[in-house]
Design a protein. Structure first.
Length: 277
């Protein structure tokens, strides 16, 4: 057995050259489990597969090992947000942003983290900063439009959506945001126009059907209340619907659709824009 090992060693020297043995060993070392790059790649794979707790554990160890590497804090912050820990998640994301102030991916996740935690003004502030770095970045524009819409600035939100996606997608997103604002009439109008431009948009059709039912129920309740007491003014009420998640995904997706500028809008579309308050 000893002779066999010796022969194998000699054969290896003959194959790669004895002077190359050290270089060969160095090429093998980066594959050791202790390598941070490998650990990070494995954690990213765990994160993509939904094993968030496992990914969090690895990201934490990487942050401790290399506290000045922004990408480790970035991914830890994202995972913590997904695990329902917004306070610590935003702390990690903001720390990553301090290390890499112009990284758009980090700034977008910081802004979206604020949006998810309910701090819409802070989200708008962060995403506006990101937009100044790259005004054409689709993800930044879509996230900013979403944040502005949540704050009730539907006109500005719609304009930004128009610059980053098709007109029908922009209208569907406006319909979603109008729904969240309780503006049922505007939402129905937006979804209807989206469908007129893209009859195959399933999310708009489903949302329109849902809103139509709620709208009819609301009108019916108003009529009954008036019949019961016609001398008493009735509150118009506000319709609340389940968020149209498919529409929100359109807002956050980096689509390959061509932009539709406001200058290309038809006369009817220009009139339509006046409905957005």
């Amino acid at each position: 057995m000893r002779h066999l090992s010796l022969h194998c060693g000699i054969a290896l020297c003959l194959l790669v050259g004895c002077s190359s043995m050290k270089q060969f060993a160095q090429r093998v070392n980066p594959l050791q489990p202790t390598d941070h790059t490998l650990q990070f790649d494995l954690a990213r794979a765990s994160e993509a597969d939904g094993h968030l707790v496992k990914a969090e554990r690895v990201y934490r160890s990487l942050c401790e090992a290399e506290p000045k590497d922004a990408k480790y804090h970035h991914r830890l912050g994202v995972v913590l947000l997904r695990l329902g820990q917004p306070v610590e998640g935003l702390q990690e994301l903001n720390h990553a942003s301090q290390l890499e102030p112009t990284d758009l991916s980090i700034l977008n996740d910081v802004g979206y983290g604020y949006l998810r935690s309910g701090d819409t003004p802070k989200a708008i502030e962060t995403l506006t900063k990101a937009r100044k770095i790259d005004p054409q970045n689709k993800r930044t524009n879509n996230n900013l439009a979403l944040a502005l819409g949540y704050q009730g600035e539907l006109r500005e939100s719609f304009k930004i959506f128009q610059q980053t996606m098709t007109e029908s997608e922009a209208l569907a997103n406006l319909g979603y945001l109008a729904t969240q604002s309780g503006k049922t009439d505007l939402a129905i109008k937006a979804y209807s126009r989206a469908l007129s431009q893209d009859p195959d948009m399933k999310s708009a059709a489903e949302a329109l059907a849902q809103l139509g039912t709620i709208h009819q129920d609301l009108e019916s309740s108003r009529s009954i209340a008036a019949d019961l007491d016609p001398t008493k003014p009735q509150s118009p009420g506000v319709a609340h619907t389940t968020p149209v998640k498919s529409a929100e995904k359109v807002a956050l997706a980096e689509t390959g659709a061509s932009s539709v500028k406001s200058s290309k809008m038809s006369a009817n579309q220009s009139t339509w824009a006046d409905d957005v308050k």
